[in-house]
Design a protein. Sequence first.
Length: 526
Amino acid sequence: MKSFRELGLCAPLQQSLREEGYETPTPIQLQAIPPVMAGRDVLGCAQTGTGKTAAFALPILHRLLESGPTKSARGGGGALPRVLVLSPTRELATQIAESFSVYGRHTGMRQAVIFGGVSQHHQVKALQRGVDVLVATPGRLIDLMDQRLADLSQVTVFVLDEADRMLDMGFIQPIRRIAAAVPRPPARQTLLFSATMPDEIRRLADSLMHDPVRVAVTPIASTVPKIEQSAYAVPKADKPALLRHLLADESVLRAVVFTRTKHGADRVSRMLARNGVSADAIHGNKAQNQRTRALDRFRSGAARVLVATDVAARGLDVDGITHVFNFDLPMEPEAYVHRIGRTARAGASGSAVSFCDPAERPLLRQVERLIGRSVPMTVTPKELPAEVLVERGRHGEHADAERGDSRRAGSRNGRQGERREASRSGGPGRDRAHDGGFQRDSRDGGGFGRDSSGRKRGGRSGPRRDGRSHGHPAGKGSSRHAEHAAPRTERSENTRSDTVPATTSERPAPTPFPRHGRKPLARGRR
């Protein structure tokens, strides 16, 4: 096995590697570093966690030191970027920039990272001061290009990281536009790394690269042998209770829980927090400061569980993750391999547990075909107490496991979005739809139900607050009018409210004339 010194890296980089405790390159680094140092285009197939970032960051810094200083911007501005790295997410872009900073601490190279979700002011200032390496997400970079605040005319190395994820996020056309703004080959070296190689990524590589060197490490269909994989055959409604039961095990020191949707990630996170489990959620709808705070809490141990979607967790690099839970199985089997790869890193062992309801059995079979092995299936433990398996409300009725936070806090979103779910008791024979294991009445704001005393109430029989009938066109198609179906009592922090049954005397008298300005026909006329 070669050392970094044998790869021919310059002394400042070797010093940084020694300070970080890195002595032996990983397989992807052994394959990619020599051709990148030689100026060749490289097409790499490697998963996150294989040392891929160092595989391109180290030889790029080496080449920058050899080539000398860069040109300054017009008008006496700072140095123009010579390296452009595109990344699909803010978190991954930040991690790549940090890697360049760590490896290049003794080189004098400057780097900047730009991404959306925050003010561009400080990012523009960094570009004006001058940078050697620019790491960016495609959306924010396009914004700055449109404002003529990003000059890419001096870029000599163009890197696309996690190209398949950028394809999934719809960034292919922005990538082509950015590629057209940098010098063309052979003046530009292009490096493309992807965990998978679908046809569209191959076509993109063919259009951007010149005679690339192909490197591949750890095929996507393989999983780390030290990951203990298992699955539970569990109804969707019981998934929250099963997750709490498994997290009660003291061996679960740090866990990532994957959900299929952003909304599901929020619901699982809040459910865990209400049950005494320190948990945070990250997904694309979170503001950047919220995502940063959640990751910091997870890394520091303040949050034991991180609930995430696939896109938000791409590139997540946190040591010591002992368990990965697939609360929802992914639609694409390749995502399963990405998910469970968050654990068992650097030779450690880990566990990957998947929750599989009957509708998800085909997804599990796709995963098994991809990885070439079966995932042991068990049933939900029978020793779980009934009150853990089924969430119950204060009056004993079956309740949505999500009931709580925003309803009791009296938030507007909670009142509008959740009372239609939580106020229904879910008696026998009621048709229910399930979303991520949390029960939800499939009749959204319509039909009849019963209040807590058992009396029948009409979902739309009460008067509107504005006095108009429910059949008026102004209310058609608006879900917002469902909350006006009947007068409601005020909801305080610790009380629940039910619909007040409408009486006949409360209903508005019928209007004798049409509403559209037409005069009624005189009596006797036909």
